[in-house]
Design a protein around this ligand. Structure first.
Ligand SMILES: [Zn+2]
Length: 304
């Protein structure tokens, strides 16, 4: 007998900070709406750069304490997002940040990149069995931008979905994070005059590893009312995101929309009703039986 809310959302991310940068507004949106939001983070992010000078000694090549430190940053980020159910895949420290593609860190015995797929997927399956999410969110096969741990998170999540299907408990829908080509191009255009242009030297959106044709986008989650929660969550990852990051500059230029609107492609399940030229859903639970507000005891009793 479960006491979890009707709508349950599971997000599978690679490192602490990915949840906030990629899906922070969506997480805050559903948490605020009373849905159960579960975050599974696959590594501690031990190999991250450190942008806080006084913490530089925590780096992997020095004290190798960054992973433990980032547990605290992630906890603060989740608090900012209103997310209370957070786990590390297999427990904290089970899998290590693999570092960027091709580095020697890929070969560490605990590197997530080397994880046995069925073993790691089995650990995620345990979470699915417990929470029974209707919707799962992870990355596309390129891990959105090619980092080994993001690619592996995709593989593990999709394998866990297969295993859950065999048990009849699979999430009804699986989404991958995405950036519509039109939004990417608008962002690139807006930055051409900026001294702090993150796209400097890039001639066209075709040169970037992400950017999805608009018709392939399935859902646009407008959580502009949660943009401040997302920014607070990102700021909680201070070792990873410098306080003067261009991310915050974009937020200043584009306001709530940049931080508060997130996009997804649908990898499994049936697309629900949507709107606009491409029928984008405005709810990840669209078309599911749980669609709509979460039942309060009063609503469940039929009282209006
Ligand atoms: Zn990451």
């Amino acid at each position: 007998m479960t006491t979890l809310p009707d709508r349950r959302l599971l997000l599978v991310h690679a490192h602490p900070d990915d949840e906030s940068i990629g899906t922070g507004s969506t997480m805050a949106h559903y948490a605020a709406a009373g849905a159960h939001v579960t975050l599974v983070t696959c590594t501690l992010g031990e190999e991250g750069e450190i942008h806080v000078p006084e913490l530089a000694g925590l780096a992997a090549a020095e004290a190798d304490q960054l992973g433990g430190y980032r547990i605290g940053e992630l906890a603060a980020a989740c608090a900012a997002l209103g997310v209370t159910d957070h786990r590390f895949l297999g427990g904290a420290g089970r899998y290590r940040d693999s570092g960027m593609m091709g580095l020697a860190t890929n070969d560490h015995p605990r590197a997530f990149w080397r994880a046995d797929l069925d073993e790691a997927a089995g650990l995620l399956l345990e979470v699915i069995r417990e929470v029974r999410p209707q919707v799962m969110v992870t990355y596309d096969p390129n891990g959105f931008y090619g980092h080994p741990d993001h690619i592996q998170a995709h593989r593990v999540a999709m394998r866990a979905h297969e295993l859950a299907l065999a048990e009849g408990i699979a999430p009804a829908k699986v989404y991958w994070t995405a950036m519509p080509r039109s939004v990417l191009e608008a962002g690139m255009n807006a930055f051409t005059e900026s001294a702090d242009n993150p796209f400097a030297g890039i001639g066209s959106a075709d040169e970037l590893p992400f950017g999805t044709p608009d018709p392939e986008i399935a859902a646009r989650i407008d959580a502009t009312d949660q943009h401040a929660a997302k920014e607070a969550a990102m700021r909680a990852h201070a070792t990873q995101i410098p306080a003067n990051s261009w991310l915050y500059a974009i937020a200043g230029n584009f306001g709530a929309e940049f931080m508060g609107v997130e996009y997804f492609t649908l990898a499994a399940g049936a697309k629900g009703p949507g709107s606009g030229p491409y029928g984008w859903e405005d709810d990840l639970f669209a078309g599911l039986a749980t669609d709509g507000p979460d039942r309060s005891p009063v609503a469940a009793a039929g009282v209006r």
